[in-house]
Design a protein around this ligand. Structure first.
Ligand code: 13P
Length: 250
């Protein structure tokens, strides 16, 4: 089954609203591909202005996180329905920076993922091992427990809405990239796990993105691996030139 590739840019805690709208405009006007999905993931403040500025462009918009309650006395949180109303189509769940700095657990990932689906957002579930975990041979075990925790109780129909991002923590923002073989092997493991937890059809249609120091210079090799369906890009998505270079390399 052919899976439509996706190149997503996670802008993390960067850019003012004005800078984000300007970058989105540069990406939209430089985009020359219509055979893949392009997604930008700005900070919450910039999300709606960016989505409005992209309304006549194929570039999609996503949120970096969401809270699992829809509304109420939860100061400082943002809900799925709010993101959806602001123009988001996708939302990241369980990014390693959330796990590392903000106490994200498998249980909270599960709650966020369910809230995203309920709001009509497509979750991108991020998984990946630390350097110590890789060096001690725990990569598959760690990824397995992250997948099992966040996807517990999901139906195959719900899973059809989910994208996975494999982002080895040791490769994020470090300039170290997983080798093409390491990325392909981890993606194949994830796809195999989805096949046994759900079924082969679901496994073959699930998009699995690679993230961790992707740049235009290494994108082609990674993105042409058979199990790699796209990229979740951090630093190199903050300049239109480098992000468009990655899109061209896909
Ligand atoms: P870098 O591309 O900066 O390594 O970040 C990857 C990432 O965390 C995307 O979500």
């Amino acid at each position: 089954m052919s899976r439509r590739p996706m190149i997503a840019g996670n802008w993390k805690l960067n850019l003012t609203v004005e800078e984000a709208v300007s970058l989105a405009g540069e990406i939209a006007s430089g985009l020359m591909r219509d055979d893949l999905d392009v997604l930008v993931i700005p900070g919450f403040l910039a999300l709606e202005p960016v989505a409005l500025s992209l309304s006549s462009s194929p570039v999609l918009v996503g949120g970096q996180n969401l809270f699992w309650q829809e509304q109420g006395a939860y100061t400082g949180e943002v809900s799925g329905p709010q993101l959806k109303a602001a123009g988001a189509r996708y939302v990241l769940v369980g990014h390693s920076e959330r796990r590392q700095y903000f106490g994200e657990t498998e249980k909270t990932c599960r709650l966020r993922l369910e809230a995203a689906l309920k709001a009509g957002l497509r979750p991108i579930l991020c998984v990946g091992e630390t350097r110590d975990e890789r060096e001690s041979g725990q990569t598959e075990g760690v990824v397995e427990s992250q997948l099992a925790g966040a996807l517990a109780g999901l139906s195959a129909g719900e899973m059809a809405e989910v994208t996975i991002a494999y982002e080895p923590v040791w490769a994020i923002g470090t300039g170290l990239t997983a080798s093409e073989e390491q990325a392909n092997q981890a993606h194949a493991y994830i796809r195999g796990w989805i096949g046994s937890r759900f079924d082969k059809l679901v496994a073959n249609s699930t998009g699995i993105l690679y993230g961790g120091s992707v740049k235009s210079a290494n994108a082609a090799g990674l993105l042409h691996q058979p199990e790699v369906d796209g990229a979740l890009v951090g630093g190199a998505s903050l300049s239109a030139e480098s992000f468009l270079g990655i899109i061209q390399a896909a």
